[in-house]
Design a protein around this ligand. Structure first.
Ligand SMILES: Nc1ncnc2c1ncn2[C@@H]1O[C@H](COP(=O)(O)OP(=O)(O)OP(=O)(O)O)[C@@H](O)[C@H]1O
Length: 616
C-alpha cells in the first residue's frame, strides 16, 4: 500500500502522491461541503423537511441565525467508553443492560509481540533483576499479552515508554495498559514535537525520529517546553505536575505526574483519581501543554485553503495535508452545538489511532487496509483563531456560503484539537463519478475497508453518508486489502477512497469499546421520512434496539445499502440499464447480509478482485 519516497526525509505515501497530482493548486480545490446532518430546510440535496418535525432550538450564541441543527441533541451527547481490560473502569453514562455480554476482544493479530531485542536493550539501562521482582502482575491476565520469557523469568507486557520508566523506578503500583493501546501510543502519529517542530510550512510533515526522548512526556517535562506553555487555570495543574517532575521534587511527585499523564491511567482514573480528561487528551497527543494555535499556522498563511466544514470541525488544506480543527470544552455553543468535550476528543483520537493501525505501519497484521483516512498528527491548541485560517474561512464562505459560525468569534482561551490528516480528495457528494466502473470500485473499496475493520476491531462506522467518503484520483491500478490474513487486490479504476468522520463510530480497541450512545440523541432518528440518510439512522436503531454499545456489523451493511441508493438516485454517471439492474440486485442481496465481511463475498464484487478472491 505504501510507495517509495523520492525524498528520504519526507513521508511520502500513496495519498501524498495522489494529492500532489490531484490538487496541486489551492484554487483548484472544489470540495463542496456536505455536513453529516444537513439541515433539510436549506440543503439542496435534501428533501423538504417535514413541518411536523421539531426544529432544534439550539442555536449558536455567536450568531443565532446562522445555523439550526435538526438532528442533534448535544446537551446529552457523549461518547461512551466501555473498558474491557483490567483496571479500565471508566464508564460514563454506561447503561445497565444485561441483554448481551460484553463483546469479546477483537480477533486476529491485534497485538504484535514485543520486540524483545528492543526490550532487552532497554532493560540494560535499568536493574533488570530488581525490576522483574518488583513488577506487579496484571490483575486480569486475559487482557494482557503474554510477556516474553527470559532467563530471569517472564517480562510483563510493559507497554509504554512511560510505564517502562515507572518500572525502572519501581513506581508502578497500578496495573498497566494493554499492549494494544501502547502500540497505538507508540505509533508514528504520537510523535512528540514542540510547537516549532510541527512545521506545516514544509511541503511534507516531517517524520521525526521517535527517540525515547522525543516521544515522551517525561522528556517534555525535563526539557520544559515553556514556549508552548499557555497560562490557563484549567491547565496549570498539569503543567505544575510536569514542572515538579522537571525540578525533581521527589519520587512521589514524579510518579504522580507521569502516572497521571500516561495513558495507562487516563480513562480509568479520570473519575477516581481526579485526572482531568484534558490532561489525558494532552497525554495521548504527546503534549505536556497546549500549543499556541496561532504559532502552528502562522508561517503557512499563503497555502491555507478551507476545503470543508462539518458540524464540529472546519477542514483546511495545508500543503498536502488537511487540518481538521475542532473546538472543545468551551462553555458556549459553536455552530449551534454544545462543544465537544476533552473526553470525547480523547476517545476520538484513540479511535483514529486504532484505525491507523490498519495501515500496517507497525508490522504485519492479519487485517490491513488504507480505506480509513490516515491521521498523521493530533495536536491540542489554544488561542484565538489564526488570521490565515480566518482568511481561508472567509474565502470559502464567499464561494460556498458557510453554515458555521465565523471563527473570529472564538475567545483567546478557546481550545481546539487539530487533526492533521492526509488529504483524501473530494467527498462523494461533490465528486463527479465518470462511469459504472468507478461506482463499482467505490463500493468494493468501502465494503472491503469496513470488512477489514470489522474483523480487526468490530468496527462500525454508523454514519457513512456521502460527505464522509472521500475520493481521490490515482495512478495505482490496484489496491491491497488484507482480510483475516488473506490478501485481496482490488481494481481501483484510478480511484482511491478514504473514509472519514468517526464521531458516531463504535470500535473495540482490544482494551475498551468506544461508542457514542445514540439513545441520548433522539433527534438523530427524526430526520425526514424517505430520506435515505435519515432512514439509515432509523434502521440502525432497529438493529441495535437502541443499545449502542453492542456490536452490530449489520449497521455497516445498512450504510452500504444507503450507498447503493445514493449511486442510483443521487449520482449521475455513464451507465446502462443492466448496470442499474446489477446495483438493484446487489441492494436486495445486501439486505440479507449481516456484516461487510459477508457482503464482500457478493458476486457483484467478484471480478473486481485481481489476484486473490476473498472466497478462495
Ligand atoms: N482528510 C480530508 N481530506 C479532504 N477533505 C476533508 C478531510 N477531512 C474533512 N474533509 C472535508 O471536511 C468536511 C467535514 O469533515 P468531517 O465530516 O470530518 O467534519 P465533522 O465536523 O466531523 O462533520 P459532521 O458534521 O459529519 O460531524 C468533509 O465532508 C470533507 O469535505
Amino acid at each position: 500500500m505504501k510507495t517509495s519516497s523520492s525524498n528520504s526525509n519526507a513521508p511520502v505515501d500513496l495519498w501524498s502522491e495522489i494529492l500532489a497530482a490531484e490538487t496541486p493548486r489551492p484554487q483548484q480545490i472544489g470540495v463542496v461541503y456536505s455536513r453529516r446532518n444537513p439541515n433539510p430546510r436549506n440543503h439542496p440535496n435534501q428533501q423538504p423537511s417535514d413541518p411536523a418535525l421539531p426544529c432544534s432550538t439550539r442555536v449558536s450564541l455567536a450568531d443565532p441565525n446562522k445555523r439550526v441543527s435538526w438532528n442533534r441533541s448535544l446537551s446529552t451527547r457523549g461518547r461512551t467508553s466501555i473498558a474491557v481490560g483490567a483496571c479500565m473502569v471508566y464508564q460514563p453514562g454506561l447503561k445497565k443492560d444485561k441483554r448481551k455480554p460484553k463483546p469479546p476482544l477483537p480477533k486476529g493479530k491485534l497485538v504484535q509481540p514485543p520486540n524483545f531485542e528492543k526490550e532487552r536493550l532497554y532493560f540494560q539501562e535499568v536493574d533488570a533483576f530488581e525490576l522483574l521482582e518488583e513488577s506487579p502482575s496484571p490483575k486480569k491476565v486475559g487482557t494482557w499479552i503474554t510477556g516474553n520469557m527470559t532467563e530471569e523469568g517472564p517480562i510483563p507486557a510493559i507497554s509504554s515508554r512511560l510505564e517502562k520508566w515507572l518500572h525502572s523506578r519501581r513506581l508502578n503500583p497500578i496495573c498497566g495498559s494493554s499492549s494494544t493501546l501502547s502500540k497505538i501510543l507508540e505509533a508514528p502519529s504520537t510523535r512528540m514535537e514542540t510547537i516549532c517542530d510541527l512545521d506545516l510550512n514544509a511541503s511534507e510533515l516531517r517524520t521525526l525520529e521517535r527517540t525515547e526522548g522525543s516521544n515522551s512526556l517525561l522528556h517534555s517535562a525535563q526539557t520544559g517546553d515553556k514556549k508552548s506553555f499557555i497560562e490557563n487555570d484549567l491547565h496549570l495543574q498539569t503543567n505544575d505536575r510536569m514542572l515538579a517532575a522537571q525540578s525533581g521534587e521527589g519520587c512521589e511527585d514524579i510518579e504522580a505526574a507521569v502516572k497521571k499523564l500516561s495513558l495507562v491511567s487516563t480513562l480509568s482514573s479520570i473519575d477516581d483519581d481526579h485526572i482531568s480528561p484534558f490532561s489525558a487528551l494532552l497525554s495521548i497527543c504527546g503534549q505536556s501543554a497546549p500549543s499556541a494555535f496561532q504559532d502552528v499556522f502562522s508561517s503557512v498563511s499563503d497555502t491555507i485553503v478551507k476545503v470543508g466544514e462539518g458540524t464540529f470541525g472546519e477542514a483546511f488544506k495545508v500543503n498536502n495535508y488537511v487540518c481538521k480543527i475542532v473546538p472543545f470544552d468551551g462553555d458556549f455553543r459553536v455552530n449551534g452545538e454544545v462543544q465537544k468535550t476533552s473526553e470525547e476528543l480523547l476517545e476520538e483520537v484513540l479511535l483514529c489511532k486504532t484505525l491507523n493501525q490498519l495501515r500496517g505501519k507497525d508490522g504485519d497484521s492479519d487485517n490491513l487496509c488504507s480505506a480509513f483516512i490516515d491521521c498523521v498528527e493530533f495536536r491540542v491548541c489554544q488561542g484565538s483563531y489564526d488570521a490565515a485560517l480566518i482568511r481561508a474561512w472567509e474565502d470559502w464562505d464567499l464561494k460556498h456560503g458557510s453554515e458555521n459560525d465565523h471563527p473570529k468569534e472564538f475567545p483567546d482561551k478557546q481550545c481546539y484539537v487539530v487533526f492533521v490528516q492526509q488529504h483524501g480528495g473530494k467527498d462523494l457528494e461533490s465528486f463527479a463519478l465518470l462511469n459504472f466502473d468507478e461506482a463499482r470500485t467505490l463500493l468494493v473499496q468501502v465494503t472491503a475497508g469496513l470488512a477489514v475493520a470489522e474483523s480487526a476491531y468490530e468496527f462500525e462506522h454508523r454514519d457513512l453518508h456521502w460527505g464522509n467518503i472521500l475520493i481521490g484520483r490515482s495512478d495505482s491500478e490496484t489496491l491491497q486489502f488484507t482480510l483475516d490474513g488473506k490478501n485481496m487486490l482490488v481494481k481501483t479504476y484510478g480511484l482511491i477512497i478514504s473514509i472519514i468522520d468517526f464521531t458516531l463510530s463504535r470500535i473495540n480497541t482490544g482494551d475498551r469499546i468506544l461508542y457514542l450512545d445514540l439513545s441520548s440523541d433522539p433527534d438523530l432518528f427524526k430526520g425526514p421520512k424517505g430520506d435515505k440518510q435519515s432512514e439509515t439512522y432509523r434502521r440502525m436503531k432497529e438493529v441495535a434496539e437502541d443499545w449502542w454499545e453492542g456490536s452490530y456489523p449489520k449497521t455497516n451493511v445498512l450504510w452500504l445499502i444507503y450507498l447503493v441508493d445514493i449511486l442510483l438516485i443521487k449520482k449521475s454517471f455513464e451507465r446502462t440499464t443492466k448496470h442499474e439492474r446489477d446495483l438493484r440486485s446487489l441492494k436486495k442481496r445486501l439486505d440479507k447480509y449481516d456484516s461487510a465481511k459477508e457482503a464482500i463475498l457478493d458476486p457483484f464484487f467478484t471480478d473486481l478482485f485481481l489476484e486473490s478472491d476473498p472466497k478462495a
